[in-house]
Design a protein around this ligand. Structure first.
Ligand SMILES: [Zn+2]
Length: 383
């Protein structure tokens, strides 16, 4: 398989799990999961989805069903902070936006981050672009019609933008360098390209979701940008949980690329391989628990990607009677046809609880709820 960051034919298969697979929206797809690492640049990538174009045009409607579905990022002094609000603040922290700046949200979806940015900077001129028509109704109130575009951004926009943003877009595309080049086409010579992508080492769940075709790394990001004539001005791994926040600009004429040394790439590859090993270990924990669970009632703590991962692996062996989750938005709803309940509603006849959370926080979360002390309840961790 060809590396879609550096273009080398040096990708090795490092993880394979037979169907079913998990998507980033916590749904199940009947395809195998295959993950590769490029030995030349340290990029990690996943196999193609059967029909990736159709998946995004019609099936991938993130947060479309409810206005409240904007993901909660944090609670500060009791006040909820939504992801799009937080992203708008990050843009202003990272980029010095000129007055009246032309701003394009590339792969905008509902363009809520741009909407929030405009609330704080009413002088900007907002533009949106997406590969789907689904979001037109969300734009029409506040983005002038001639500043909206779908499927392909018009040639009239070439070199126009002071700022182009792409929030969690690049991990979904098969040819990220083509997207970087398209963004370079649209960016003004002094413009800034601000984007975020998952950091698989900070968020291991990113590795197994099959609609994330790219898992960018510290070593592959500069290579992919360089092929589009850009370089990293600033990269941050701490401000957005489990993600890279990157500001890129054009390289100077004749400027050499600042790429990672081979030893750095090797270190990167070792870390990525540890992530694969951790997922194999998680599969084994689930398989072992199943063989000892005959006759016991089973529940899964966490109705997100980790919970879906566990469910997909135990569904043919009795499945689970419920998901348990702290997020009030999902209580009273079904996930994969199974009810979601709050922790305090976990029935006492449950014998096995799979703790389907990021392993970095799983044990503390159970201790905080006292579930690790509950009599007759066996906790199964993924690490
Ligand atoms: Zn590569």
């Amino acid at each position: 398989m060809k590396c879609c960051a550096c273009g080398a034919e040096k990708c090795d298969l490092v993880y394979h799990y037979p169907a079913p697979a998990i998507t980033s929206l916590s749904t199940i797809l009947e395809v195998d999961t295959r993950v590769y690492i490029c030995s030349a640049c340290g990029h990690m990538q996943s196999a193609d989805l059967p029909d990736v174009q159709k998946f995004y045009d019609t099936e991938y409607q993130i947060s479309l069903t409810s206005e409240d579905a904007d993901q909660l990022y944090d609670v500060v002094d009791g006040v909820p902070v939504y992801r799009t609000q937080y992203q708008a603040g990050l843009i202003l922290d990272f980029v010095d936006l000129p007055k009246g700046a032309a701003v394009l949200d590339y792969g905008a979806a509902k363009a809520k981050s741009l909407f929030r940015l405009r609330e704080r900077r009413p002088d900007i001129s907002p533009h949106v672009f997406d590969v789907s028509e689904d979001y037109r109704s969300y734009w029409q109130e506040w983005v002038p019609k001639e500043q909206q575009s779908t499927y392909s951004a018009p040639a009239g926009w070439n070199g126009r933008f002071d700022l182009i943003t792409a929030h969690f877009v690049l991990e979904h595309v098969r040819e990220p360098v083509e997207i970087f080049s398209d963004i370079a086409r649209l960016l003004s010579p002094t413009g800034r390209f601000f984007f975020s992508v998952p950091d698989v080492l900070g968020n291991p769940a990113d590795m197994i979701v099959v609609d994330h075709l790219n898992h960018f790394t510290q070593t592959s990001l500069p290579v992919a940008l360089d092929r589009a004539g850009m370089k990293i001005e600033r990269i941050d791994t701490s401000r957005l949980r489990g993600a890279f926040v990157v500001v890129a600009v054009f390289k100077e004429v004749g400027e050499k690329a600042a790429l990672s040394a081979p030893a750095e790439v090797d270190l990167q590859i070792q870390s990525l391989k540890k992530c694969c090993d951790a997922w194999h270990a998680a599969e084994k924990f689930v398989a072992d628990a199943q063989s000892g669970s005959a006759g016991k009632k089973v529940a899964i703590y966490g109705a997100g990607v980790y919970g879906t991962f566990v469910y997909a692996r135990i569904r043919n062996n009795g499945g689970a009677v419920c998901f348990v989750d702290r997020n009030p938005h999902v209580h009273g709803r079904d996930h994969l046809g199974v009810p979601v309940v709050p922790p305090e509603a976990l029935s006492s006849d449950i014998g096995i609880l799979y703790v389907a959370l990021n392993p970095a926080i799983a044990r503390k979360a159970m201790a905080d709820l006292g579930l690790d002390q509950r009599k007759g309840l066996e906790l199964v961790y993924l690490s």
